[in-house]
Write a protein that binds this ligand. Sequence first.
Ligand SMILES: NC(=O)c1ccc[n+]([C@@H]2O[C@H](COP(=O)([O-])OP(=O)(O)OC[C@H]3O[C@@H](n4cnc5c(N)ncnc54)[C@H](O)[C@@H]3O)[C@@H](O)[C@H]2O)c1
Length: 326
Amino acid sequence: MHVLITGGAGFIGSHLVDLHLDRGDKVHVVDDLSTGSRDNLAAHLDRPDFRFSEADIVTWSGLQEAVGWADRVYHLAAVVGVFRVLERPISVMATNIAGCERLLRAVNDCGWRPQVLLASSSEVYGPRTDDYLREDMDLIIQPEAPPRWNYAISKLADEAFALSYARTKEIPVTVVRLFNTVGPRQTGRYGMVVPRFVRQAVDGEPLTVFGDGTQSRAFTDVRDTVVMLDQLAEQSTTDGVIVNVGSGHELSMNDLALRVIERTGSKSQVERIPYEVAYGQEYVDIPHRCPDLTRLHQLIEHRPRWTLDTTLDDLIARARHSEGAS
Ligand SMILES: NC(=O)c1ccc[n+]([C@@H]2O[C@H](COP(=O)([O-])OP(=O)(O)OC[C@H]3O[C@@H](n4cnc5c(N)ncnc54)[C@H](O)[C@@H]3O)[C@@H](O)[C@H]2O)c1
């Protein structure tokens, strides 16, 4: 199979690269390296079955040809991470929406129908406070939405593009709403909590919890996530479907910090930092966020290989062997 991965030098994308190359597929990655890294692909750069194009998805001249070559396209390229979203509220909208529309247009124009998987986000559930978030729920967009919501709005626009192309042009596209994904190669640089905590605990520094730490999230290991993405893309019954991808095990940031300290055996303390200080501006967080996984389990069978503890142990071991990573 020929696989095109936009954003394939990033955290999730590079694990998809590993999965497909291991299976004997040919892989082409396009990435502008804005948050991704060539290091994530270093093991593959000289392989004949792998190709890397450093380019911006919004302007890349090779897009049409690459889409025409592909049997499957994963669209992951996006401006992501709370720090970047707050710093660049305009480029979040421009890049995420224009990139997605350009990609879908290229698929439509390529003369045949590669399978497309589009990465959306649990952020589209916005300020909803339901115990479990279901794909068919009405979504809330706050009036005069603060910049943090630009990311969610951009992903919602992408979802609407995808479903419209699926319905009117019969493009086989699956939309995945990814919940918090963690694992090797994720960087704490743009606001992700797990790599930050692990680095701080390994270095014996205070673990910086933003806000009061009662906000909770459900984490999934990226190595389970990419298996689920592959299985979903494989299924023709997922065409034009939106599906949550994540896990149902939620825990608060305070508990996460204590768990990281415990598993590291670190003497680090927990330091709570107000959102205004952490993000340099007012910030409204969501008290908790957990996916309803009914639809996911109807579509695919997947038994996670990783628990939060095994993931943390793996990340802690890796952090101990690398200086200044994350
Ligand atoms: N990690 C999560 O928990 C999570 C949760 C929800 C959604 N997602 C979505 O999954 C996808 C991958 O996220 P990730 O966590 O791997 O983040 P990431 O930042 O590691 O990956 C995004 C990749 O896209 C690239 N990119 C950005 N703008 C680009 C452009 N204009 N042209 C080409 N490449 C560009 C970046 O360099 C990076 O390699 C994103 O679409 C993100 O919105 C991730």
